[in-house]
Design a protein around this ligand. Structure first.
Ligand code: AMP
Ligand code: MG
Length: 350
């Protein structure tokens, strides 16, 4: 039986939070909102509890989990060392959507890190996430609260659709502000390296850390062939709606022309077409289910809407979705990373 607790940030129910904290401390699973996406939490120091997360999500066991705490000092027992550059990253971006990889301490069970010697840690800013972690009194491992392979949940209804009956409790606490998962930053090597792009961008990190920040070369590959990403989760098919997804990249009018042309071919075959576009380009499309991510100059809004839109297409009968590519600067990098993965690397340049 899954208990559902409804609350919002301005109205956090202390007794419900306390109850959820007890579930977590006792080895159960609780889904809760964070500023990135909804997370499915369990006690990060309890191997059996961690197995509950993998079972509920159907997550491959070689995909490590991010550990969430509420104060910088909480990481001390969890890590073997804190490099100087990490202090700067923590001071600038925590609480917030940045996961930092550290060398792990012996306290972190192998199940959390999928056997790796590093652990990803984040301090969320979302008041409900913070309250429930504090109530648990233990560090909380929490991957996104979706069935593995589906788009990460950014509203409570997504979590209920995926995990009802599979977890002990769900805190339905409104919409997630960022809408994409955290940036994963590896600080265990010589040069900081982004393993997963997110709301905290390379540009922001380079400014704050006053150093060059690399990106995992695997992120630039447009197919999975011959690539081993350093972040194990990046190798799986992800964020996939039921329909096939195709990303079209290029100059705005050529993209629209190509999509319209391909749409006609699909329609001739009796297929239904969906299109993911920007407010500015919506009017260029007809005879399709058209969904806009938002205004082209508002990357944060587009990021916040992307997963919701991908899931909305599951409630339509479209067979194929054409997605307009966005410029890969700032948060656009993360948007494209998720879109391309949703497409299973079906990308077309025009
Ligand atoms: P999720 O919490 O569902 O967003 O997934 C966590 C992501 O963080 C996955 O893509 C993992 O591969 C990545 N991650 C977590 N811990 C590590 C680690 N120790 N090394 C590399 N990647 C990690
Ligand atoms: Mg996930």
């Amino acid at each position: 039986m899954t208990k559902i607790f409804e609350m919002d940030c301005d109205n956090i129910d202390a007794s419900d939070i306390k109850y959820c904290g007890t579930i977590l401390r006792n080895g159960g699973t609780v889904a809760f909102p964070t500023e990135t996406v909804y997370g499915l939490g369990a006690n990060a120091l309890d191997s059996e509890a961690i197995k509950g997360i993998f079972t509920a999500k159907g997550r491959p066991s070689d995909n490590p989990l991010i550990v969430h705490v509420t104060k910088a000092e909480d990481i001390l027992p969890l890590v073997a060392e804190i490099p100087e550059v990490a202090h700067r990253a923590m001071a600038t971006f925590w609480p917030g959507p940045l996961t930092i990889l550290f060398k792990k301490s012996a306290l972190i069970p192998q199940e959390v890190t999928a056997g790796l010697q590093t652990v990803g840690i984040r301090i969320p800013s979302h008041p409900i996430a913070r309250a429930v972690i504090e109530a648990a009194g233990v560090p909380i491992a929490a991957p996104s609260a979706n069935i593995s392979g589906k788009p990460s949940p950014t509203i409570a209804a997504h979590v209920v659709a995926d995990l009802m009956g599979r977890v002990d409790a769900i805190i339905a606490g409104g919409d997630c502000e960022v809408g994409l998962e955290s940036t994963v930053l590896d600080l265990t090597g010589e040069t900081p390296m982004i393993l997963r792009p997110g709301g905290i961008t390379k540009e922001m990190l380079e400014r704050a850390l006053a150093t060059k920040v690399l990106e995992d070369p695997a992120l630039d590959k447009r197919s999975m062939e011959g690539v081993t990403p350093k972040s194990p989760g990046m190798k799986y098919t992800h964020y996939s709606p039921r329909a096939e997804v195709l990303v079209v990249i290029g100059e705005r009018s050529s993209v629209a022309m190509k999509i319209n042309q391909m749409q006609q071919e699909y329609i001739k075959e009796g297929k239904k077409v969906g299109i993911i576009c920007r407010d500015e380009t919506c009017s260029l499309y007809r005879d399709a289910v058209v969904k806009s991510m938002g205004m082209a100059n508002n990357l944060s809004m587009m990021a916040a809407n992307l997963f919701k839109i991908l899931r909305e297409f599951d409630n339509t009968d479209v067979d194929v979705i054409f997605a307009e590519g966005v410029e890969e600067a700032e948060v656009g990098r993360a948007i494209m990373n998720r879109l391309i993965k949703a497409s299973g690397y079906q990308v077309m340049h025009v």
